[in-house]
Design a binder for this molecule. Structure first.
Ligand code: CTP
Ligand code: CA
Length: 221
């Protein structure tokens, strides 16, 4: 793993990052998920570790990590929520880079679902809890950041999420047309509660991770 960081600007800091798309079980052989690769969250975890932080990466992905990164493997949004909340009290910085599924099947069947007849089927879904929103409501000393992957009205949608989830930083990125999910580079805008939006030029996810973490450290003071 190569990181763009050499100085220890996060020494002594406890960082929790989530990465990847959650997998929502339908039956023993099927699940619902999304196109997230986990690359952005893993880059944040690796850069933070290289910068001296104590890092916990709660992830659904199998991306390479530095030995210093403590990985917690999860699949579903419910598992991710439990793992993040277990590490929240001790954390200084929490970054939700995971693509959490908004919905999960209302029931996870114990046996493989069989098709019946020739008709289609309707799958009942229930909404997953919003992990980031819960962190935003519960935070005391923690700096809490989230991402917003949008195909349209990127800044307006992301600004609404910044306020609705009560977070300290919302990182907005346009997805679709080869951008965002599963790409090696990205282009984002940092939205802060009381600062002007800050565009970061297209760069590798590792470079952006370094810029984002440095900005967070600067704002935390
Ligand atoms: N998020 C979360 N828990 C959820 C859904 C999203 O913690 N159940 C987090 C994501 O990790 C991300 C941020 O919230 O950091 C924004 O996710 P996004 O999908 O863009 O926003 P939603 O609130 O789910 O709104 P929508 O998908 O309708 O745009
Ligand atoms: Ca969503």
């Amino acid at each position: 793993v190569q990181t763009a960081t050499s100085d220890q600007f996060l020494a002594g800091c406890k960082v929790v990052v989530t990465a990847g798309g959650t997998r929502e079980r339908l039956d023993p052989v099927r699940y619902l998920t999304n196109d997230s690769s986990g690359k952005m969250g893993t880059a944040l975890a690796n850069v933070a570790a290289a910068a001296g932080a104590q890092v916990t990466l709660v992830t659904t992905a199998a991306q390479p990590v530095l030995p210093a990164v403590q990985q917690v493997a999860v699949a579903s949004a419910a598992e991710m929520k439990a793992a993040v909340e277990a590490h929240f009290a001790a954390a200084d910085i929490v970054i939700m880079a995971a693509a959490v599924a908004d919905y999960r099947p209302a029931q996870a069947a114990d046996h493989k679902l069989k098709k019946t007849g020739e008709a289609g089927m309707t799958l009942p879904l229930v909404q997953n809890p919003d992990i980031l929103k819960a962190l935003g409501a519960a935070k005391t000393h923690q700096f809490v950041a989230g991402f917003a992957a949008e195909t349209d009205h990127v800044l307006a949608n992301a600004a609404a999420k910044l306020a609705r989830k009560h977070v300290d930083l919302l990182i907005a990125n346009q997805v679709g047309a080869g951008r965002g999910f599963n790409a090696d580079d990205n282009e984002v805008v940092l939205l802060w509660p009381d600062r002007a939006p800050q565009p970061l030029a297209r760069a590798s996810k590792l470079t952006l991770a370094s810029q984002i973490l440095r900005q967070i450290q600067e704002v935390r003071g």
